[in-house]
Design a protein. Structure first.
Length: 205
């Protein structure tokens, strides 16, 4: 619950976003996939603050499920501002972990079990659709390098670079499954791959 004791809307810091909260008591709930619900009495606002490929359809599904057309003749505005990654280190940390740690695990698995474990690259193919691929694949893990080189990225170049990385990971996935079909795979290899496949869904939820 959030209490705004002013006579007008006031912005409240809610972590990844700053939300305009109306006067009085309001309830804010966050859902998986960068969606939040702002509710005051029977009035609600369901907002999406991410930039994932599956984000908008997910937001639309939740909005239809939550909204009551009769009770929302006057919906809340729900204005918000998304925090810039550059100004918040704790917002960047998850993206760094999501990108580099699985890459390290896949590399160790390939060294230990052979190229068959390249099938684990499917993790990045899933993450490309479930999360903000521009932040996950380019802006956060390689932002420091672009800054060091004084290279200004346009949105088009960021999308191109992210898509190119996704294609590389997709090729690695196909190569891994090709080796998978040609050799006998141990139960441990299957368990590792299953963990990698399910990890993006766990992170999303």
């Amino acid at each position: 619950m959030i209490w705004n004791n002013k006579q007008k809307e006031d912005f409240v810091d809610l972590g990844p976003v700053v939300v305009a909260v109306p006067p009085g008591a309001s309830r804010v709930s966050f859902f998986p996939g960068s969606v939040f619900l702002l509710q005051q009495g029977q009035r609600i606002a369901v907002k999406y603050f991410g930039d994932a490929i599956v984000g908008q359809p997910w937001h639309g599904f939740l909005a239809k499920k939550i909204r009551d057309p009769e009770a929302n003749a006057m919906p809340l505005p729900g204005s918000f501002v998304v925090k810039a990654l550059e100004s918040s280190r704790y917002l960047k940390t998850p993206y760094l972990i999501y990108f580099f740690l699985p890459l390290l695990l896949i590399a160790v698995a390939v060294i230990r079990f052979g190229p068959v474990m390249l099938a684990g690259c499917i993790y990045y193919v899933e993450m490309f659709f479930l999360f903000d691929y521009q932040k996950l694949f380019v802006n956060v893990p390689f932002g420091w390098l672009f800054k060091l080189m004084h290279f200004e990225n346009s949105e088009a170049s960021i999308r191109f670079f992210a898509a190119a990385l996704a294609i590389v990971f997709l090729a690695g996935t196909v190569l891994g499954f090709w080796h998978w079909q040609k050799r006998q795979v141990s139960i441990w290899q299957k368990r590792i791959l299953l963990f990698i496949v399910l990890l993006p869904l766990v992170l999303y939820l």
